[in-house]
Write a protein that binds this ligand. Structure first.
Ligand SMILES: NC(=O)CC[C@H](N)C(=O)O
Length: 453
């Protein structure tokens, strides 16, 4: 509500002047300056119908207008613009850009910024890190989850310092620049996080122009025109060509199984490399196929199991080509294991639906309960969509739930060898509580091989 709205609510300028005792002249001044000095708040709050929320709304509106008309404040070289009109000025780093536009999200992980930014699931998104010291351990050649950086940009609190870690090969800002991606620091990441938690997902625009000229109005319009992630199939943009994957994880919780290895086809909807490493370490020989592979192409490789990877975008959009392929695999009675986007695709292939979460889960400390064992796992997560449990047919059971908001975190078919989880058991970054799922997948294939299936 703006000033005029408040005055109207109180019955007009004369009325409000009389009720508050501030005088008509003062009320006129509020109108001109579009602000109400806080010293007048207590009197205003006695006016029937006027709430603290009304007055804070005005403050926010006014701040926005000041922000928008302010030319780049001294020292600021970049800005993060939100679709609701909020402008956060800061210092840019990495590659210059006039406008990087995407869904603004936040991740609460305290480690693993390099893994997060190279996780293809973040395509179409700008990541705000709630942990303030991003870039402090630099970057290295081993921690990428994919060769390209998928996230559109990074929003961080503190300035990027000289890397302090023996594994660092390159400073975070030069690494970002080499990946042609932009960062902004010096912004209030807590305020962004609160706003995203209160209002839900929002479009953000990151600008760090070479010439230093930032004109907010046209950029805000561009930001508002971005259609949002819903309906976007991004898996086909980040998927990689067919390849054989042979590398296992570096710190294997168990010795790698060298005998009776299982032939697995992994569908790459935007797969993180560490998932493929986990499959290899658990005992799989992994052939990776691109996202759009058909059921026939998958089955032609005679897999003993099919793995469905994580990935970006709206699972309902990717389902158009992925679900028919997965259904072919299920019809052929080949065991299926899915992670994150793979979980959402399996749920749809089994007859369920997905929806956009009001508050996405992103971070490495998300508690999940395994309903079959009662055990609680601390998991790594990164998703903005979820499986709608109400849409699941009766032959699909819920196996895991989030202890943060009760949303679905895992399913299993009661008639097929198919199961999946919404979280990231490969945990890169994150705790390795959930490695057992890779072993569970291999155990299913072992059982079938031993039974001569
Ligand atoms: N990490 C993932 O696979 C994310 C899946 C999906 N893009 C989501 O946001 O829910």
């Amino acid at each position: 509500m703006d000033i005029d709205g408040i005055i109207e609510k109180a019955g007009g300028a004369e009325e409000i002047a009389a009720l508050t005792g501030v005088g008509l002249e003062a009320v006129r001044k509020w109108r001109q300056s579009k602000a109400i000095p806080t010293k007048h708040w207590p009197a205003l709050l006695h006016v029937p119908g006027i709430t603290v929320q009304d007055l804070t709304d005005i403050e926010t509106l006014q701040e926005r207008e000041t922000n928008m008309s302010t030319p780049c404040p001294s020292g600021a070289t970049a800005a993060l613009i939100l679709a609701d009109g909020t402008v956060l000025w800061g210092r840019g780093f990495g590659a210059h850009t006039e406008a990087a536009i995407g869904e603004l999200c936040f991740s609460t992980g305290m480690t693993g910024y390099q893994e997060t930014l190279t996780d293809p699931s973040f395509a179409g998104q700008i990541v705000t890190f709630t942990f303030p010291h991003i870039g402090n351990v630099g970057t290295n050649a081993d921690d990428n989850e994919a060769p390209q950086m998928a996230a559109l940009g990074a929003v961080v609190k503190e300035d990027i310092t000289t890397p302090a870690n023996w594994r660092s090969h390159e400073a975070f800002n030069t690494w970002l620049e080499r990946h042609n991606r932009t960062g902004i620091c010096g912004v209030d990441t807590r305020a962004i996080t609160r706003s995203l938690r209160d209002k839900g997902p929002q479009t953000g625009l990151l600008t760090y122009p070479k010439n230093g000229q930032i004109d907010i109005e046209p950029l805000l319009n561009r930001c508002r025109q971005w259609p949002g992630l819903e309906g976007m199939d991004l898996a086909k943009e980040v998927t990689r060509p067919k390849r054989t994957w042979t590398e296992g994880i570096w710190q294997n919780p168990r010795p790698e199984r060298t005998e009776n290895r299982r032939r697995v086809v992994a569908l790459d909807y935007g797969a993180k490399d560490n998932i493929l490493r986990c499959l290899v370490s658990a005992g799989c020989d992994v052939e990776v196929l691109p996202a759009t592979s058909t059921g026939e192409e998958i089955l032609a490789l005679k897999p003993e199991g099919v793995f469905l990877s994580n990935g970006p975008g709206d699972p309902a959009a990717t389902a158009v080509y992925a679900v028919p392929a997965i259904q072919k695999v299920l019809d052929a009675n080949v065991p299926v294991f899915g992670i994150c986007l793979g979980h959402q695709l399996l749920a749809q292939a089994l007859g369920g639906k997905t929806y956009k979460l009001e508050k996405g889960h992103r971070g490495a400390n998300q508690p999940v309960k395994d309903l079959t064992t009662g055990r609680v796992e601390i998991t790594s997560q990164n998703h903005g969509f979820a499986v709608d449990e109400k849409s699941l047919p009766s032959d699909v059971k819920v196996t895991h739930i989030s202890l943060f908001d009760g949303s679905n975190e895992g399913i299993a078919s009661t008639t097929k060898e198919a199961f999946s989880v919404q979280y990231h058991p490969e945990a890169s970054p994150g705790p390795s509580d959930s490695f057992y799922l890779f072993e569970r997948f291999v155990a299913i294939m072992d059982r079938r091989a031993n039974a001569g299936a």
